[in-house]
Design a binder for this molecule. Structure first.
Ligand code: SF4
Ligand code: SF4
Length: 138
């Protein structure tokens, strides 16, 4: 579980911002876990020009977003990047940072970042390696 608390100021109650126009990229491990739920990766993934495999958006929302219930259909199996958000790895700065587009970003502490950063960094390494080798899940 991520160390920070999501959505406690109510700003995301109608639409989960991080599930809107998502650019979330998946590893082979993520896709294998989601396929096991009965989904077909040809339906929910799209290969980008840079080789990354990104979740498809349907009408501006993540493929897995349920607009009726305002929830993620695969929440307990969601991609690793979704679990760590709003802590993200900034490749140019070479460090983990908070994406303050997320209204809960301000609740993330330096200790939270420190606790999770190695995992975020490793995830980015895997994603970049799979994209470089055109060896991702899509
Ligand atoms: S992680 Fe941030 S952007 Fe996503 S639903 Fe929670 S508060 Fe909103
Ligand atoms: S997989 Fe779930 S948590 Fe991740 S962007 Fe899609 S709907 Fe949101």
């Amino acid at each position: 579980m991520p160390p920070f608390k999501c959505n406690h100021d109510g700003t995301c109650t109608e639409i989960r911002l991080c599930c809107t126009d998502t650019e979330m990229t998946l590893t082979k491990k993520d896709a294998k876990r989601i396929d096991a739920l009965g989904y077909n990766r040809e339906d929910y993934l799209i290969r980008m020009d840079d080789g990354f495999c990104q979740i498809r958006n349907i009408e501006g929302r993540c493929y897995f977003y349920n607009p009726d219930q305002l929830t993620c259909r695969i929440y307990s199996h969601r991609p690793e990047g979704c679990k760590y958000y709003p802590i993200v790895y900034n490749v140019e700065k070479g460090k983990c940072v908070v994406d303050y587009d997320c209204p809960s970003g301000k609740t993330v502490t330096e200790e939270d970042i420190e606790e999770i950063c190695d995992k975020v960094k490793f995830l980015v390494t895997v994603l970049m390696k799979e994209a470089d080798c055109r060896d991702g899940p899509c």
